[in-house]
Design a protein around this ligand. Structure first.
Ligand code: DP6
Length: 316
């Protein structure tokens, strides 16, 4: 292995969501998904030899206990690649995602770690293979290998190697995402167990794979045509349909807080007043607003809590 490898990967927001696994071991999805990466916002990871005789895991410059859930996940992932090399490593991950934005960092974290592993062990793998490996750390990480609009193919091979993401040849310079953090505190049920519960207990889930497939086609076309109305409506319905399947699980899975619902009403009021703004939500209480640069002032006026760093221009 090399002495030190550095890598960066962006965070991403799904416009057509991934929810449900058809293979838990290999982490293969039931449906394909489509996301937009967040440019400079993401994770920096450095992998080097450890001089302490044991693995060391740092998160945002703090040394973690090897028993912590984060360190165990990271080391477990590295073990997939180092096999019996028995060489202790030091992993340093720094997330530059403002905590105020309320974004999960597992997608960018596993993508950056995969890139760092590839460099450190000099595997020199192609990006689609790295994407498939990142997927084994966290599904959404498969999409964080790329900037821009990204599609994660569900794949059909048994070994899962065709379940990887691909950058779409589409750009939309005026597209904006607003990160609206409405509630604090760790989410209680992580995506992994949340989606398992939904697949196993929600009758509504049977409608999800087909809807997601249809939504993905519509979203791709909307991006091609830079049609915010179509993109926004489809992405918002997609997210709310995913949440409907969560709510229909047992025990019920409701990621929304009262503040989330209040913010949803504010988005709908703003839209009713003529501003084209739409929302999406993941497995947590926070909202992401979808709009265009031309309407940024009106969105800022209505949501003064969005500061500069909470409005992302994915295409710079
Ligand atoms: C709601 O990728 O975090 O954000 O594969 O179990 O690690 P695991 O799940 P994860 O799930 C993300 C779910 C989502 C939708 C999405 O990003 O597509």
């Amino acid at each position: 292995p090399g002495t030190k490898a550095d890598a960066f990967a962006p965070s991403n927001i799904a416009l057509c969501k991934y929810w449900g696994k058809r293979d838990v071991e290999l982490n293969l999805p039931i449906n394909a998904s489509l996301s937009i990466s967040l440019g400079e916002l993401g994770s920096h990871t450095t992998l080097s030899e450890s001089d302490r005789g044991q693995d060391q895991v740092y998160l945002n410059n703090e040394l973690l206990s090897l028993d912590s859930p984060f360190a165990r996940k990271v080391i477990g992932f590295i073990d997939l690649f180092r096999r019996d090399l028995k060489q202790p490593v030091q992993v340093r991950t720094v997330n530059n995602i403002p905590t105020a934005a309320g974004l999960a960092s597992s997608a960018s974290g596993f993508a950056a770690l995969t890139l760092a592993i590839d460099k450190f062990y000099r595997f020199d793998l192609a990006l689609d293979h790295l994407s498939a490996f990142a997927r084994m750390g966290s599904g959404s990480a498969s999409r964080s290998l790329y900037q821009g609009f990204v599609e994660w193919h569900k794949g059909s091979r048994e070994d899962g190697m065709d379940s990887c993401a691909e950058r779409l040849a589409l750009e939309w310079p005026g597209f904006r995402i607003g990160l609206l953090k409405v509630a604090t505190g760790e989410k209680k049920v992580d995506s992994r167990s949340g989606m398992q519960r939904t697949v196993e207990s929600a009758a509504l889930y049977s409608a999800w794979p087909q809807q997601a497939a249809n939504d993905l086609v519509a979203i791709k076309r909307a991006i091609q045509q830079q049609d915010l109305e179509c993109l926004g409506q489809t992405a918002e319905q997609n997210a709310l349909s995913m949440h409907a399947t969560m709510i229909a699980s047992w025990p019920p899975l409701l990621y929304w807080q009262p503040e989330s619902v209040a913010a949803m009403h504010r988005v709908w009021e703003l839209r009713a007043s003529g501003v084209p703004v739409y929302l999406t939500m993941d497995a947590g209480p926070n909202l992401k607003l979808l709009f265009q640069h031309a309407d940024e002032m009106q969105v800022r006026d209505a949501f003064p809590e969005l500061v500069d760093a909470d409005i992302v221009a994915p295409f710079g």
